[in-house]
Write a protein that binds this ligand. Structure first.
Ligand SMILES: [Zn+2]
Ligand SMILES: [Zn+2]
Length: 269
């Protein structure tokens, strides 16, 4: 019987010894780049930092002026929620969803988000099917249809729907210039940035998202990088469908102002 207190003491010591370990794991999980700053966090991409899941598609969390906007949703809700959880981003923190275009690798994860948090407003191109819009509303979420360029929230614009696919890009007006977030850039990345500048009368500073250049010859990618620079673009973060070869060219062209993309990465300004 005299051994019992000893045993209890031994267990206590063991438990106490492991508590700091658990704490440490927690702090790694909650560590955030650029805390309390406006930023864009990549939550779904073809590439990922270790510990995250990568898949063909794109989604990014935009934190700007007290607004929390999910830009696109990737193709798979489970992967999206998994990556968000690892980044300590709760679906309930999302106020707005901005959908660039109808392709499944940008919209497939939406339903998982709406199941977790139907209390959101979804900005989507008016060209989306009625069935899609109805499905959004069936969750209790608000669907706002976009046709033309306009300010959708304070300091935040849509380029309006551009063709051939019917795609909109998100534009943030910051003190450094415009930040343009693109899904797949089917209308062409240069045309999108031009449009963003025309609507707002300001120069672009940073472009983030899919540039749709995989398979494009190097000469063409260099010409695009040059055009972006001429438009005033200082920094680029090419993601998703840009393609690794084009990304290499952008890295060369923009040097230290090239930001590598991938789930778990973020960019601030
Ligand atoms: Zn697409
Ligand atoms: Zn895509």
């Amino acid at each position: 019987m005299r051994k019992l207190p000893l045993l209890i003491a031994a267990i206590l010591v063991l438990v106490l010894a492991f508590i700091p370990l658990f704490r440490q794991q927690n702090s790694i999980r909650q560590q955030e780049e650029y805390p309390d700053k406006d930023k864009i966090i990549i939550v779904y991409d073809n590439k990922a930092l270790s510990g995250f899941k990568s898949a063909w598609g794109f989604a990014a969390l935009v934190k700007f002026k007290n607004y929390t906007i999910l830009f696109d949703t990737g193709g798979n809700g489970e992967i999206l929620l998994n990556n968000m959880e690892r980044l300590n981003i709760s679906p309930s923190s999302i106020q707005y969803v901005f959908l660039s275009h109808i392709h499944g690798d940008h919209t497939g994860g939406l339903w998982a988000i709406l199941r977790e948090n139907p209390n959101v407003t979804v900005f989507l191109p008016a060209t989306f099917s009625e069935a899609f819009k109805e499905r959004v509303r069936s969750f209790g979420a608000k669907a706002v249809e976009i046709n033309n360029p306009r300010e959708i929230l304070e300091g935040i614009y849509t380029t309006g729907v551009m063709f051939p696919v019917g795609e909109q890009a998100l534009v943030l007006k910051t003190s450094k210039g415009l930040i343009v977030v693109t899904g797949c850039s089917h209308p062409g990345i240069v045309k999108i940035v031009e449009r963003a500048e025309n609507i707002t009368g300001e120069n672009a500073y940073l472009v983030v998202g899919g540039f749709h250049l995989f398979g494009a010859p190097e000469r063409e990618v260099r010409a695009i990088a040059t055009s972006l620079k001429k438009l005033g673009v200082r920094r680029v973060m090419p993601c998703h469908c840009t393609g690794s070869r084009a990304e290499r060219v952008f890295a060369e062209e923009f040097g230290t102002n090239y930001v590598e993309c991938g789930v778990g990465k973020s960019v601030s300004w």
